[in-house]
Ligand binder design. Structure first.
Ligand SMILES: Nc1nc2c(ncn2[C@@H]2O[C@H](COP(=O)(O)OP(=O)(O)OP(=O)(O)O)[C@@H](O)[C@H]2O)c(=O)[nH]1
Length: 204
């Protein structure tokens, strides 16, 4: 069984006075676009967000075809790593793909490849690294229980970066070239501002 976690607990400050997770992106709430794109390669969906977001996200995900669970932040505004840990702790699958709610071009083929890498090499995570040096920790596959525990420990140490919990885990780096071989590099595009939303409309 493979799980997915959509991390959506951010404040969307660059977007403005609305939650970008449920903002209309060419007729469909962005979080729904993300969920629909990854649905073909997972068996359940966990959404991590704040309690005050749940109702709107639930509405956006009405009739979603897979089992859907909400993993609410026990404390808000602790950053993406805390959200990833909270979401992963609620997963039933051994491995889970974590995808940020603002990556509406996520490519299921890339996610499937990340699952294959993590599973076949029996590691705790498969994390893409782009040629610009950025690790794509919010579009990566993790062994759910190991990463959830590592996030909790890292948070307790006062860490905030998503790379911190990975320090105690065994993981593989997936290069940009490998991602490009298996899918579309546009998978990592993330939308933060209204201008980026407008520009992205043309992609659908
Ligand atoms: N649970 C949780 N998720 C977060 C938090 N901060 C960011 N995220 C999520 O992490 C991902 C990447 O974060 P950003 O792109 O910075 O999103 P954001 O924080 O809502 O946007 P800005 O406020 O404009 O930085 C998004 O999916 C966010 O929803 C947080 O404090 N808690």
């Amino acid at each position: 069984m493979r799980s997915a976690v959509i991390v959506a607990g951010g404040r969307s400050t660059r977007f403005g006075d609305a939650d970008k997770a449920v903002a209309d992106l060419a007729g469909v709430p962005m979080v729904r676009r993300v969920a629909d794109r990854i649905a073909p390669v997972v068996d359940e969906l966990v959404v991590n967000c704040r309690a005050d977001q749940q109702k709107a996200i639930e509405t956006a995900l009405a009739d979603f075809p897979l089992p859907l669970t909400f993993a609410l932040d026990p404390e808000t505004d602790e950053g993406p790593m805390a959200g990833i840990g909270t979401g992963l702790a609620a997963c039933d699958g051994e491995y889970a793909a974590v995808v940020a709610c603002d990556m509406p071009f996520v490519d299921a083929a890339v996610v499937a490849y990340l699952f294959e890498r993590a599973e076949s090499e029996d590691v705790d995570a498969a994390v893409p690294k782009l040629e610009d040096g950025w690790y794509q920790t919010t579009q990566a596959v993790y062994r759910a229980d190991a990463m959830a525990a590592a996030c909790e420990a890292a948070l307790a140490r006062g860490e905030r970066k998503v790379l911190a919990p990975l320090e105690e885990l065994e993981w593989v780096v997936v290069s940009e070239a490998e991602v490009a071989e298996h899918g579309n590099l546009g998978t990592f595009e993330n939308l933060n501002t209204r201008e980026e939303f407008e520009a992205a409309r043309e992609g659908f």
